[in-house]
Design a protein around this ligand. Structure first.
Ligand code: ASP
Length: 323
């Protein structure tokens, strides 16, 4: 089977000046992630590798460069899932790990549990060989400025624009949301990858700094099994990004995977999931998915979503889908 890799770098209104770093970022991650599959690496290794690279790229809201909590710290969540063995590993609210997705992989491989939070997650990762770092190493000046602006807006009683649900009414219809004029606060830069390897195994990985100015301890959809990600060889591998609270309530990754299992084409399932998110809860976001036969789908109702796909047709990338 010809392997397939899909990646995303977050669904949101990417400000003009940040479009190019996003394109460059997805291009690099796609090439390096696909090289793992091309050398007969597993889908699980490929998605972990791709998300690690995203976490190390400060252009994206995961690992270094993650958005800040209301207290000015980077607090991260990540999930990895192996659809062949039905194993999952998740961490949430970690602050001292450079690569939360690697901690999630350790949980998947080495623990009898499948989800750790906060200090327990960090202690587990450290016991299994990961160094603990100072949170300040993950903080960028861009995110300090973004937080200052968010807190000034909050103080002035202005609505939180982070989730694009405060779009002007004429843009609330997701079918025309792409016309929305980006607000720099609309930050939805979570990263994710889904893959099918040469042996037909599916895997997913998702990692995030969460949402800007979040209350410390808040966990979004990204690291929750079935919400921000899901993988089962019998259905699909899925990774989501966007406004986490509605996505969680709809358990949307599993919802989309179930549609594929029931016979929907992956692209139809991806579009249906995003329609469901918008119609049921007024949510905004995006997803990537790949089915057990290697067919895939991409959909989003935010103005942008950095995406990349590589399959028998070669590599393609964009900041809107379809471009
Ligand atoms: N889904 C993430 C969260 O709510 C945010 C994002 O995708 O940017 O934590």
């Amino acid at each position: 089977m010809k392997p397939v890799l899909l990646i995303h770098g977050g669904a949101w209104a990417i400000p003009g000046g940040e479009l190019e770093p996003h394109r460059v970022g997805v291009e690099k991650v796609l090439a390096s992630g696909y090289a793992v599959l091309a050398k007969d690496g597993s889908a699980l290794d490929a998605v972990e590798h791709a998300v690690t690279l995203f976490e190390n790229d400060p252009a994206f809201n995961a690992g270094t460069g993650g958005v800040l909590t209301s207290e000015g710290r980077v607090q991260m969540d990540a999930l990895i899932m192996d659809g062949a063995r039905m194993l999952a590993g998740g961490v949430a609210c970690v602050e001292h790990l450079k690569n939360p997705i690697q901690a999630a992989r350790l949980v998947l491989e080495q623990s009898r549990h499948c989800y750790f939070v906060g200090q327990g997650a960090e202690a587990f990762a450290h016991e299994h060989g990961m160094p603990l770092i100072d949170n300040a190493e993950l903080v960028t000046e861009r995110e300090r400025a973004r937080l200052r602006e968010a807190q000034e807006r909050e103080k002035a009683g202005l609505p939180d624009n982070s989730f694009t649900n405060d779009m002007p009414p004429q843009f609330r219809d997701p079918r025309i949301a792409r016309g929305y004029i980006p607000d720099p606060l609309d930050s939805h830069d979570t990263v994710g990858a889904v893959a099918m390897d040469a042996e037909g195994r599916l895997a997913t990985a998702t990692s995030t700094g969460g949402t800007p100015n979040k209350v410390p301890g808040r966990v979004g959809d990204s690291s929750l099994i079935g919400c921000g990600g899901y993988a089962d060889n019998q259905s699909a591998a899925v990774s989501l990004t966007g406004w986490g609270e509605p996505i969680m309530k709809l358990v949307l990754a599993k919802w989309a995977a179930d549609r594929v299992e029931a016979g929907s084409a992956p692209q139809d399932a991806a579009q249906a999931a995003i329609r469901h998110l918008a119609e049921r809860l007024g949510g905004y976001g995006g997803l990537i998915l790949v089915g057990p036969d290697g067919r895939w789908g991409i959909a989003h109702n935010t103005p942008h979503m950095a995406w990349g796909v590589c399959d028998a047709g070669g590599p393609r990338i964009g900041t809107e889908f379809p471009g």
